[in-house]
Design a protein around this ligand. Structure first.
Ligand SMILES: C[S@@+](CC[C@H](N)C(=O)[O-])C[C@H]1O[C@@H](n2cnc3c(N)ncnc32)[C@H](O)[C@@H]1O
Length: 296
């Protein structure tokens, strides 16, 4: 796909996304919890699975270096995120939302450097970051700019260092569609059971599909293979193959939920490429080759 979108349309999309995060997404709704966290499953039964998925990102980042770029950092909302830059001197938090950076500063203090900017036009010189991570952000760009963002991450990462991006396939992917179907059946069954017990309908607010959200645009794994396959070391792995809708519908503490998630995690780890391509959230990784001595 080409980079030919009308720049005014692209700017309008980004303005809307920024306004959303400034006013809504990064508003604290309770102690340490943002409105954005309603799109996560924070129940104890899912905690271990979610934690392990967060830690997958760390396996693909350099353990040390001067700068780790967090592109679309948000406020560094989950404790696991802090571990990604433990071995770096600075975590460079770049975000389009000033509010995100003000919140990030409260968590990182002097370990952070804070830059308001756009991931599709990074204000950094080539080869300056000893690692790049970007979580749940590229899909907020207009679709014509996704490839550009991935290439910007590559441009700024130092030779020998890697990039890890959590992306979203939207409605694409057969495991993704299957898990949505299973979740719909589970909700249907819960409504039936609730009605039989005379308790009205099951609680749908738990689904996390409320309208308080902003613009997102997605591509499927074929697009990624075609448009990003040239990046050295390019791999599509799994970050998490199921979304919150599925987790809240199907995973319950009294119905073996934790065991089911352990099995799912194990399967994802055994065949990360398969779950990455066909599930919901891939972890896309690539690496800039180290310079040979003669070039250095
Ligand atoms: C879904 S949140 C994810 C935040 C964080 N990475 C996380 O996983 O919690 C998306 C973040 O990307 C930021 N963002 C959206 N579009 C952006 C852009 N074009 N450039 C930089 N940041 C952007 C938003 O302001 C928001 O903080």
């Amino acid at each position: 796909m080409s980079d030919l979108m009308d720049p005014r349309v692209a700017a309008e999309i980004k303005d809307e996304v920024r306004a959303f995060y400034d006013a809504v997404g990064w508003r604290e709704v309770s102690e340490g919890l943002y409105q954005n966290a309603r799109f996560e499953d924070l129940r104890p039964v899912s905690r271990e699975y979610i934690h392990r998925c967060h830690m997958r990102v760390r396996d693909h980042l350099p353990g040390e270096g001067r700068f780790l770029l967090d592109a679309g950092s948000g406020p560094i909302q989950y404790p696991e995120y802090l571990t990604y830059s433990e071995g770096h001197t600075y975590r460079v938090c770049l975000d389009i939302s000033m509010r995100a950076l003000v919140e990030a500063r409260q968590r990182l203090g002097d370990h952070g450097l804070y830059v308001v900017g756009d991931i599709a036009h990074l204000p950094f010189k080539d080869d300056c970051m000893q690692g790049v991570v970007s979580l749940h952000t590229v899909h907020h760009l207009p679709p014509e700019e996704h490839r550009r963002a991935f290439e910007e991450f590559y441009r700024v990462v130092a030779p020998g260092s890697s990039v890890a991006v959590v992306y979203h396939w939207g409605e694409a992917g057969f495991l993704n569609r299957l898990s949505r179907r299973v979740a719909s059946w589970a909700y249907w069954l819960r409504r039936k059971v609730a009605r039989l017990r005379g308790r009205g309908s099951a609680n749908h607010q738990q689904r996390g599909t409320g309208r308080a959200t902003t613009l997102t645009f997605t591509h499927d794994h074929r697009w990624a293979e075609r448009e990003l396959g040239h990046l050295p070391g390019f791999q599509i792995r799994v970050w998490r193959s199921v979304g919150v809708y599925f987790l809240r519908a199907v995973i319950h503490p009294h119905l073996g939920g934790q065991l089911l998630l352990r099995i799912l995690y194990r399967l994802e780890t055994l065949v990360p490429g398969f779950f990455g391509r066909h599930g919901m959230y891939p972890l896309i990784v690539y690496r800039k080759p180290a310079k040979r001595l003669a070039e250095a």
